[in-house]
Design a protein around this ligand. Structure first.
Ligand code: GN1
Ligand code: MG
Length: 367
């Protein structure tokens, strides 16, 4: 997958004027292809991120990059006007091409972009202690808050109906019916679990269509590994992976934070006995998020926070299950049955949330 020549070629396309030294693939993420690239600039090593956008998932790269340019510029100018220090690590910086375009398309029709590498920051697959969960809540809450006054037209929907659980459920139903790879038999229990949960599918969609909860600008992929934490202080610096930032419900964001910060395990953990929703993580996450969003979060939105963890974990679970049944065409897989394993982990977490949902709800109500 890693082609050094290709990356070298890229270095002359962006407004980066150093000498290419080396590149390392970044192994996280199921969709795009990402590299950390080191350049020599007059004797000093500087790093950038080069990333190939997956255009079969993001079908309109211009729309994606238009959003990202608007978002990052807005956040940066807001932080600068507030005299915040260290702005280069608190807002992602897109490096334009030498023709001043936000991305470069090569002769294979691949879309590449470049970002300034955020130094002295790290990411984790799962939260190690509550302070990290607090920082995750704060990071995405702050991000939403910074974008709450983005001027101009509505952001582009880079993937329409991305978190529409009803649509995801319908797609699963047809994948079960078609069973093109003869895999439904091996996922009987998971299919049963999914179908049994149909009653939760429309809850947030209804609350939104009834006008109970508003559309806002949301991140939509709030995995814990998208939060950059300062290596020395552990404080959140910024969030990355902005391709799905678009109009959405804040509950989708909070739900995916619950999914990815509260269990000690990886998303594809095989030992399901280790998968659980840890209450102290949830409490810190909720506290960090509610503190950062107090300027806009409504009572109605807050009332769904605990539920959203279950819903989004379920939704990602059925997306993995659907992809397993459809022959692994969407999420990158690294072993046989990988998507089924991922689905099992999600459903186990849903069960753990269900066991503790009342307590989660009570906690949120108490702040
Ligand atoms: C994908 O590639 P990555 O890890 O950033 C997916 C998310 C899922 C996630 C599950 C565009 O994100 O929606 O929650 O995998 N992104 C897209 O790990 O589908
Ligand atoms: Mg992503």
């Amino acid at each position: 997958m890693y082609q050094e020549e290709k990356l070298k070629e890229l270095s002359s396309k962006f407004q980066i004027y150093g000498h290419f030294l080396h590149a390392e693939p970044c192994k996280i993420g199921h969709i795009n292809e990402t590299y950390t690239v080191t350049y020599n600039q007059g004797g000093t090593n500087v790093r950038y991120v080069h990333q190939k956008l997956n255009v079969s998932v993001f079908k309109d790269p211009d729309a994606v990059m238009e959003n990202i340019m608007r978002i990052t510029t807005h956040i940066r100018s807001k932080l600068e006007s507030q005299n915040v220090d260290d702005v280069t690590r608190k807002a992602l910086i897109v490096v334009p091409t030498r023709n001043n375009e936000p991305y470069y398309k090569n002769h294979h029709q691949e879309c590449w972009r470049a970002f300034v590498f955020i130094e002295d920051a790290e990411t984790f697959e799962a939260a190690l202690y509550p302070k990290q969960a607090y920082q995750a809540g704060k990071a995405f809450g702050t991000f939403q808050s910074l974008l709450s006054d983005l001027p101009g037209k509505r952001l582009n929907e880079t993937i329409p109906d991305f978190h529409n659980t009803r649509k995801r459920f319908t797609t699963l139903q047809s994948a079960i019916q078609e069973d093109r790879f003869n895999r439904a038999k091996s996922a009987e229990k998971e299919i049963e679990f999914a179908l049994k949960h149909e009653p939760i599918v429309d809850v947030l969609l209804k609350a939104h269509s009834n006008g109970k909860i508003p559309e806002r600008i949301t991140h939509n992929d709030t995995k814990f590994n998208n939060v950059m934490l300062d290596i020395k202080t552990g404080e959140q610096m910024c969030v990355v992976d902005l391709d799905t930032v678009m109009p959405g419900l804040v509950l989708y964001d909070f739900g995916d934070m619950v999914r990815t910060t509260t269990s000690p395990t990886l998303e594809d953990e095989l030992d399901l006995s280790k998968v659980k929703m840890r209450m102290p993580m949830f409490q810190s996450l909720a506290r960090g998020y509610i503190e950062a969003t107090q300027s806009f979060l409504t009572k109605a939105e807050k009332s769904f926070l605990a539920f959203s963890g279950k819903l989004i974990t379920f939704t990602i679970g059925i997306r993995f299950l659907t992809d397993y049944l459809m022959g692994d065409i969407y999420f990158r897989v690294h072993r046989p049955n990988h998507n089924l394993d991922r689905c099992r982990t999600q459903f186990k977490l849903v069960e753990s949330i269900e066991e503790q949902e009342d307590k989660m709800q009570k906690f949120v109500d108490s702040i």
